[in-house]
Design a protein around this ligand. Sequence first.
Ligand SMILES: CC(C)(COP(=O)(O)OP(=O)(O)OC[C@H]1O[C@@H](n2cnc3c(N)ncnc32)[C@H](O)[C@@H]1OP(=O)(O)O)[C@@H](O)C(=O)NCCC(=O)NCCS
Length: 403
Amino acid sequence: MAIEIGQFTGSWEELVELLDVAFSAPWSEEQYTAERLVWERERSIVASEDGQLVGHTGTFSHLMTVPGGQLPVAGVTMVGVRATHRRRGILRDLMRRQLTDVHEAGREPLAALTASEPVIYPRFGYGLAAVYQEIAVPKASRGLRPVAGIDDVRIRYVDAREYLHRCADLRNKLAAERPGHFVHDERWREYAISNTVTIDTDNASKLRCVVAERDGELTGFAYYRTKRADKGYVDVQRVHAVDIASHAALWRYLLEPDLLSETHCEMLALDDPLLDLLLDPRAPNPVTRDGLWIRPVDVRRALAGRTYAQDIDVVLEVVDEFLPWNAGRWHLSGGPDGASCESVSRDADLTLDVRDLGAVYLGRPSLARLGRAGLVTEHRAGALAATSEAFSTSRLPFLDTGF
Ligand SMILES: CC(C)(COP(=O)(O)OP(=O)(O)OC[C@H]1O[C@@H](n2cnc3c(N)ncnc32)[C@H](O)[C@@H]1OP(=O)(O)O)[C@@H](O)C(=O)NCCC(=O)NCCS
């Protein structure tokens, strides 16, 4: 039977059945509810054979922070192919259809995803644009350097649901300053407090919320669970604060768990101030993980859609074997206030693969570093260093919400 690729018209239950098989594990009740809440049925693309669903890819409509602003981004999700149908090119066909649809709709110049297995997506033009650290701080090593004003911050336990909107508004404000974060609308606010995809909920408390306040004003919040085990720990889901005193006060609280011996955080930015404040730099024992993968779907609009750290005037030759409309030479000019990008036929200053353009798009890793790895070819002396500087950002890209 031929495999057909098309828009999904079936039920949520049919899709869950496929994903259960593809991911080799059933979803928990909480996960089922949370994923259902954010699922965008009209953006689901499926592969079917003789009426049976054999593959799926979905898209979330995100608004993501990029250097200098926020752009619509297609968040690729729930990718799976039935185990009986693997390695026949179904994922490839789904990816091509999805990226073509996104391109034709003309709204989202970028696609983004988090990967179950990082080797899968570079072949489709995705580059690793943001990493995060997983840390575990023993209670005995919780000491922090002094932080001015920390004792003026009050930490208060509140009901996560009651404070949902206040916390989410604060987070959205901060998310606008951090490349890689996307805006939490109503559905994603709910998702952030109910999703348990990456959480081991056995023997764990419900989600707890503490807020930081100064003079009665909300200045930060943290979501966490506590886990009783042989070596019990606090499992920190997220910490957001408007200033360093509130950030440190929240962490001071989270690092002092009664009856538990450690504090874990699965997703911490590599430049989180906590790492600079801990007296014992070895204490967090960090493990770096791949976070956000970025794919330029429309190179011209993607490059023109961000700002640059310094003036830039460069011709980039982009190699894109998967989406031919991106391949070619692009003249990018602009700076801190904005940029423009046009297709040109003149000689290129730099040549790079589209996946590497995706990798550097949010500001890290540097183009210079990829150049040292032999992944960028420089045709004009000095072009690599100057372009690399222009692409850099002061905040490292980081995604605080897996999807
Ligand atoms: C990953 C998955 C979607 C791949 O589907 P598929 O239809 O077998 O993939 P395709 O046949 O289209 O493969 C396309 C290419 O990717 C490669 N590939 C696919 N899955 C891979 C994997 N897990 N590891 C390494 N390479 C992989 C194939 O070898 C092929 O390579 P080629 O371009 O050199 O020929 C499928 O195996 C699956 O559902 N896995 C479990 C769920 C999962 O991991 N989903 C991804 C969520 S982020």
